[in-house]
Design a protein. Sequence first.
Length: 722
Amino acid sequence: MRTGLTSIPYGSTYSLNTHPEENWDHDLTLMAHAGMNLIRMGDVGLWERVEASEGEIKLDLIERFYKKAHEHGLHILLGTGSCSPPLWLAHQYPETRILSSRGERYPLGTSYHWACLHHPGYLASCERYITALAQMAITQPNHYGWQISNEIGFPFNPTREREEIDLYCYCDHSKQNFASWLQQKYGTVEALTEAWTWATTNFVYTRWEDAFPPEALPHSWSSMTRWIDWRLFWQDAFAEHAGWQHQLIRKFDQHHPTSVNTFNFKGYDRFGTYTGLDQWKIASQVDHIGYDLYPGSGNKRATRPEHNSIFLDHGRSVAQYAGSDYWLPEIESGPIGGWLLGPDHHTQAKDIYHLCFESLGHNVKLLVFMPWKEWDFMALHWGALVDLESNPTPRYQAATEIGQYLAANADFLKEAQVPKGEIAILESKSNAIFLRGVGGEEELFEAQRGAYRAFWDSGYNVDFITPEQLQHEGINDYHVICLPLLGILSEETALALQDYVLAGGVLVGFSRTGTLDERGWVHRSLPMHTLGEIFGLDHIDPATLNGQSIVFADQQYLGWMNRDLLKPKEGTEILGRFSDGHPAITMAKHGKGLGIYIATQADIGALQEGAALLPALVETLTTTKGFIKQVHVDYPGRTWRAIDPHLLDTDERTEILIVSYLEGSQEIKVQLNEAERRVEKIYRGVNDKSDLKYRQTESTIEFELEIGAESVECIQIRWLDT
């Protein structure tokens, strides 16, 4: 791709709707002074401004902004704006508005993504607008690339004052596309009838158009398979919609990258079940995947210390899977969340440092703040780097110092990569859809968090993977694959996991792992045959916990939520027992590989005081298996990963980015495992460098330093030429 930038794209979001033209020079001067080289614009609201009447597209405002930005050395990341069509579209095609399962159209004037992506009128209008944008953009010397839509998917805000967001879209166009999707999946209506079997309403389908989408969740006694199909259909639909816009742009612009910005773990929809979001599929349709980072919204880090890392690791894993760069098109830039009584979090200069260096440490290759300046008509707190009069804030000064670091290390940061994680968490969209349908989404979220945090706190780096990746080369590089609350598991996936264990890997499963097949149907015997071989279990009987605790390694731990009664196979080792004597943790050996089963929800329990069974098991595995951590930080009184190291690596140079969340300064010891290269020199400092003393053995490099309170430190290692 041709971008015109020689360093990491770095900038801010700027709205032509809200910032008058007479302010452009002042704002762009400040951006350039901060070391920024990119402006993101057009994500929402610009289509209305450019095409206020149908077919009358006026691009002069955008062209003037391109020209003015070019004068300041700034490039443009242009949004297609497809998520936010003009008002005339709703008047011209009233049925364009997405339709809920309750038969209600989405209210206009609230959120974006109100138009149905299957409506012919919307698609034709969208194509006309994007075509005009593309034909204009390719003539601009400072055009950088494209953002398709904005946080693609259904609106994630509750509508009409309900506590729960509605299910969309049930219009005739969507139903027709769903019927086509089903026909492609099942082939015959007889196969569909069998798959959608449900005892209380066991319909027989004789025509594809009779296969209507579910209007109630499975916990209301609706077909589980139909519910899973309906949400998988929408995840495919939004991914294909992104691909459609990508291909439309490629008709006119073959040289500038496309991207989609998205998210994960959002409060209303943790895994994209309602919004129709599958980041893995979307990433395969565009050049780069982007995530929007707002830890201050809801003050997430106050209750979830691992939030930034788990969020960034998920996006990094998706980008790594797609073979693309990882972008952050929206980074929280100031106090955010809440209306008159907000904000949720008072974002300060130290937060800007934390967010940017955490992001760089997770392999992010584009950093854009959102927004540059707040909007005075909006009582909702949303940042920013400058105040409403465009006066710089301390956050702007922090952004400027980060800009200096990016410029000084441009070549290295573009080339450097984050090493693959040592641990993998297996996630399944079908599993997430199932659990949302039966009211278990928060439990799945906590299970993923607990599994992640148990390994992350111990100093390991964690990747997320999908069942499809189990077939890929390199899967055996992981020390451990973990299966948090993975209720749905196909035989194909189980066989791939068995191959991983037979090749020497360690598989960790928890209570209720693999209870259901890919349709959401219960396996006829538990464990399913292949899982029984992996975990060395003849039989599993789901039971209740009833206050049972667990003894493991001579320590007592609380069980969590439920338990399974296990009948181990001969030769399976029992590592821990419930207080009534039943096996609680079993281990089956397969050469160097291990299948470890924990008969309670220790993944969720890892977040609970007194239930830290999984962290204890991680520590045991570390000792017995000799797992190697890439980089480890230690200091007196360490209780969790409050000082978070990240590794960026090239052949000639390695950078360790260390982010401290401790409220006081701290002397720390750092150990880097390195057996191949020899050190030439080590420096410390973000922008002002100084020499750092170190010790190198055959396999490690060690050094000590004092890190300031809630600060960032950069350790630069130069390697001898070998």
